[in-house]
Design a protein around this ligand. Structure first.
Ligand code: PEP
Length: 249
């Protein structure tokens, strides 16, 4: 039985004090233990947020991780550094990194491996653009994105990873995939993994991301292959984020 997971992605938002207030607001409102929960925060807020959530059910994660272990890579933050500050998760391959910062499938795969080497759970973000969907290429894109990680890390690595299916056209746009569209993609991802390793496929948490809000979360989370969500905009408000968290069944 897979345990649901709800992860907030704060992106490049907030100030030191608003970030602190948001983390505390989530902790105060966190009721029943219905799912795993975490927030992926900007790097500079990590030490403070990690301290606030220490010994609570709220995990902390980063929004990226370097594809190299250490060295002359100005501006990067290594997995070892993240680990030192209590990071449980790291997003890799978020579409904003792929689109604006040139993260290729190969770089994303290297980031995935670096996270795992330090015991950080990578949350691998994959998904198609609108034009790819319109050209009926959704499954090809997902396959290519997954292949890159499987080729570098091996299928076994997905035994300790999370996948977030995030159709690019739904991220930050207010457009959400329908429950059936999302389920279809999640089923495809799970079948892809099952063809290589049945146990990995059955156990991995596959999150949906793309304009999840309190009013659409329940329907999405009720689908059999959707194990929770990666939440952007709606995770910046403790009440909305907690409503989404409480929508898992
Ligand atoms: C995201 O950042 O991963 C995301 C899904 O954003 P939003 O919920 O705002 O679409």
């Amino acid at each position: 039985m897979r345990r649901p997971l709800v992860v907030g992605n704060w992106k490049m938002n907030g100030t030191r004090s608003s970030a602190e207030a948001l983390a505390k607001g989530i902790l105060v409102g966190l009721g029943d233990d219905v799912a795993d929960i975490a927030v992926c925060v900007p790097y500079v807020f990590l030490p403070e947020i990690a301290q606030i959530v220490n010994n609570t059910r709220l995990g902390v994660g980063a929004q990226n991780v370097a594809d190299k272990p250490s060295g002359a890579f100005t501006g990067e933050v290594s997995a070892a550094m993240l680990k030192e500050f209590g990071c449980k998760y790291a997003l890799v391959g978020h579409s904003e990194r792929r689109t604006y910062y040139g993260d290729t499938d190969q770089i994303v795969a290297a980031r995935f491996c670096q996270a795992q080497e330090q015991g950080i759970i990578p949350i691998l973000c994959i998904g198609e653009t609108l034009s790819e969907r319109e050209q009926d290429k959704t499954f090809d894109v997902i396959t290519t994105q997954l292949d890159a990680v499987v080729n570098l890390a091996g299928i076994g690595a997905f035994g300790n990873a999370v996948i977030a299916y995030e159709p690019v056209w739904a991220i930050g746009t207010g457009l959400t995939a329908t429950d059936d569209q999302a389920q279809e993609a999640h089923r495809f991802i799970r079948n892809y993994l099952a063809a290589k390793d049945q146990t990995v496929a059955e156990n991995i948490q596959i999150l949906y991301g793309g304009s999840v809000k309190p009013d659409n979360a329940k329907g999405l989370f009720a689908m059999p292959d959707i194990d929770g969500g990666l939440i952007g905009g709606a995770s910046l408000d403790a009440e909305s984020f907690l409503k989404i968290y409480n929508s898992v069944n």
